[in-house]
Design a protein around this ligand. Structure first.
Ligand code: GUN
Ligand code: ZN
Length: 436
């Protein structure tokens, strides 16, 4: 059995209220299985592992790999598109870009870049949209398989209100989705999400087919967009006049549930919160996107019924791959709504909280023994400004808050996937073969 130790300040969460912090911590990885063997105070753990090879980190913080619950890999080239709100942004920038993904070479290139970018930012798991093209998802999972990352992805289902080259049909979307589930769901670390884009781009028949796919394939996920923008909500009302609300459209077709993740949810009706709560559905809060495309201010705290909220970048409506930057913007959204977002809650959300929202907390999200050893080594001195600000921090909370406000990819020294280094800032290389 080969073990490797990683020693430095270490933080993870046992649950939302229970952070476990070791100023001098040690994480022991079983390199054979790529799982966590032990984590705790360095002196205590070392006593049980005589002769352990240990890598020491100073001015660093070891945490579980970050998790992003809503992102579009084909939109790496859509980031920073000027001057439009949702429906125009889709028509003017996003759909033209996604049309290019009929070419497998375009998809492969984007998938490789995208996964490297996530890893440079310390993100090791994400719930990801492909395009309507089946090949886009094959390209994505193939690139993820090479890195052994735990990823969830799905082929977008869309059969109306989009350019012809981006529309599938009910029959082709069902056949492609089922073939992708059969090939990829549970294959290594890859998982599948049924992905109707949103109610505007699917006919009632296609939404019904998506619901049947979800019922027929236990364990797969469902991801879509919901109540992001006022014009979008009005258009949905026109398209589905008999539905009680936007959420009710999805509900009618059997798309709610524990593994269903709805991005945005800015303009929900009170009763929608009740239905989401009752069905165990999850919300994905996308602050940089909601601000950038001018969608609105998400209510993190004052919900009529509690619904589990995760956090996400939503690249390319979102403007950063960094979960630190994402939580920084979430903090500002809360400020504008008169509430607060403590750093400890933010770091919980980007790790164990997001793992729970994806029903993956038995596998990832903290350093419990047996979990998959995905982790990030933050460099607390990643920039001159961070170094200066960290030097006057007196408490852990203060230090975490300044990491979340000032940090981005420059604050990520190293990233590990299943115990293997996949990013090193010092060496400035990503690694797919495991020989850094
Ligand atoms: N609603 C439907 N499609 C999209 C998308 O690609 N991005 C965002 N932010 N919202 C959407
Ligand atoms: Zn999105």
């Amino acid at each position: 059995m080969t073990y490797q130790g990683y020693r430095g300040a270490l933080l993870h969460y046992l649950d939302e209220q229970t952070p476990e912090y070791f100023a001098d911590g040690l994480l022991v990885i079983n390199q054979h299985t790529g799982t966590v063997e032990r984590c705790g105070d360095a002196q205590t753990v070392l006593a049980d592992f005589p002769g352990l090879a240990v890598r020491q980190y100073d001015n660093a913080l070891l945490m579980p790999g970050l998790i992003d619950t809503h992102i579009h890999y084909p939109q790496v080239d859509v980031i920073a598109s000027y001057g439009a709100q949702l429906l125009d942004w889709l028509n003017n920038y996003t759909f033209p870009t996604e049309l290019n993904f009929s070419d497998p070479a375009v998809a492969e290139d984007a998938a490789e870049f995208f996964l490297d970018e996530l890893l440079k930012n310390g993100t090791t798991t994400a719930l990801v949209f492909g395009t309507v093209h089946k090949g886009s998802v094959d390209a994505f999972f193939s690139a993820s398989e090479k890195r052994n990352t735990r990823m969830i992805c799905g082929k977008v289902m869309m059969d109306r209100n989009a350019p012809e080259g981006l529309c599938d049909t009910v029959a082709s979307s069902v056949a492609d989705t089922q073939a992708l589930i059969d090939r990829w769901h549970g294959n290594g670390r890859q998982l599948y999400a049924i992905t109707p884009r949103f109610a505007i781009t699917s006919t009632p028949e296609q939404l019904a087919a998506a619901g049947r796919l979800l019922a027929d394939n236990p364990g797969v996920y469902m991801q879509t967009h919901l109540a992001e923008n006022k014009d979008e909500v009005a258009f949905v009302r026109e398209l589905f006049p008999d539905s009680k609300s936007y959420l009710d459209v999805y509900d009618q077709y059997g798309l709610l549930g524990e593994r269903s993740v709805f991005a945005h949810c800015i303009y929900l009706e009170d009763d929608d919160y009740r239905r989401m709560n009752e069905s165990g559905s999850k919300i994905s809060f996308c602050p940089t996107s909601n601000l950038f495309i001018g969608s609105g201010l998400f209510k993190l705290d004052d919900q009529p019924y509690p619904v589990e909220v995760s956090v996400a970048t939503d690249v390319g409506g979102g403007t950063s791959f960094s979960m630190l930057q994402t939580l920084h913007e979430a903090y500002k959204v809360c400020q504008l709504r008169g509430s607060n977002l403590p750093a400890q809650r933010a770091f919980y959300m980007m790790t164990l909280g997001n793992a729970k929202a994806l029903s993956l907390d038995d596998k990832i999200g903290n350093f419990a023994t047996g979990k998959e050893a995905d982790f990030v080594v933050f460099d607390l001195q990643g920039t001159d400004l961070m170094k200066r600000r960290q030097s006057i921090c007196k408490t852990l909370d203060e230090s975490l808050f300044s990491l979340m406000i000032l940090g981005d990819d420059r604050a990520v020294a190293e990233t590990y996937v299943a115990g293997r280094q996949v990013w090193s800032k010092e060496k400035n290389t990503t690694n797919q073969a495991g020989d850094l």
